[in-house]
Write a protein that binds this ligand. Structure first.
Ligand code: NAI
Length: 269
């Protein structure tokens, strides 16, 4: 009796591993020339999604072109746009062009972000405004645009990059924490407004992920202190945030909206 069952299970398991979860979907990823955004773009493309991504500075143009090539080598269409996520008009133009080129938008990952860390006593109004604009207003800018094609199609997944710091705060990061907490409120509100149209909106709250943004945390005593607080005992990778994003982008999470998933090695326990 066991013999005919085993090959079936092996075949089934094999098929589920190679199954692409986002075949022919169109995904936007903001700020993807490096770091977590790059990891997300690659992961979604591995699963068959066509990728439209942004970068903001001329110095990232070379990296953006290299990513475009890596993505197309995975067999999907990919195009980089120079577009500032903090600028409403640029987001409007970007999304219009994406819809013009790809026909629709199924997935939008609002990943672009910056930090300008400073104790509140020293934090300037300009630093506050810059962080709010790039981290929080950008999510409003992009979401306003992508919900049009998503509502028309009666499906869509919006994924916003928050942070564990947005949930619990952090000394020296008042503006960053406030912007990331704001993203959670925005995420839940969008989920409530658009659930009836089958447009889902969720947030990811990464812990310490190894990227250019956190490179200074990896050295010396500070690194040891951080690692001691992480139950899994290591920093996370951009690919691991990409895996969470893939789950939220795909139909595997079809009954999940308005949630915050912490990809943080247990740091939030
Ligand atoms: P990163 O600094 O390596 O990458 C951020 C990307 O956003 C860069 O490519 C940058 O050019 C782009 N960007 C910045 N301003 C932009 C704008 N106005 N318009 C378009 N693109 C813009 O940072 P990382 O680590 O990859 O972070 C990605 C996201 O994940 C950010 O939102 C960050 O706040 C969040 N995050 C990161 C964590 C980490 O440990 N690295 C932890 C929690 C959240």
């Amino acid at each position: 009796m066991l013999f005919p069952v085993r090959p079936f299970l092996v075949t089934f398991a094999h098929q589920s591993i190679i199954m692409k979860l986002l075949e022919n979907k169109v995904a936007i990823v903001t700020g993807a020339a490096r770091g977590i955004g790059e990891g997300i773009a690659l992961k979604l493309a591995e699963h068959g999604a066509h990728i439209a991504f942004t970068y903001v500075s001329d110095s990232s143009a070379e990296k953006a072109a290299a990513l475009e090539s890596r993505l197309t080598a995975l067999g999907v269409q990919a195009k980089a746009w120079k577009s500032n996520a903090g600028d409403f008009a640029q987001c409007e133009q970007f999304v219009n062009e994406v819809v013009g080129k790809f026909g629709t938008v199924d997935i939008c990952v609002n990943n672009a972000g910056i930090s300008k860390d400073n104790l509140l006593l020293r934090l300037t109004p300009d630093q506050w405004d810059e962080v709010m604009n790039v981290n929080l207003k950008s999510v409003f800018n992009m979401t306003k645009q992508v919900i049009r094609p998503m509502m028309k199609a009666r499906k869509g997944s919006i994924i916003n990059m928050s942070s564990i710091v947005g949930i619990r705060g952090n000394a020296g990061q008042a503006s960053y924490a406030a912007s990331k907490a704001g993203i959670i409120g925005l995420t839940r509100s969008v989920a409530m407004e658009l659930g009836s149209r089958n447009v889902r909106c969720n947030a990811i709250a990464p812990g310490f992920i190894e990227t250019d943004m956190t490179h200074y945390l990896k050295e010396g005593e500070a690194a040891k202190t951080f690692l001691e607080k992480i139950p899994l005992g290591r920093f996370g990778s951009a690919e691991e945030v990409g895996n969470t994003t893939l789950f939220l982008a795909s139909d595997l999470s079809s009954y999940i909206t308005g949630q915050v998933i912490s990809t943080c090695g247990g740091l939030n326990i």
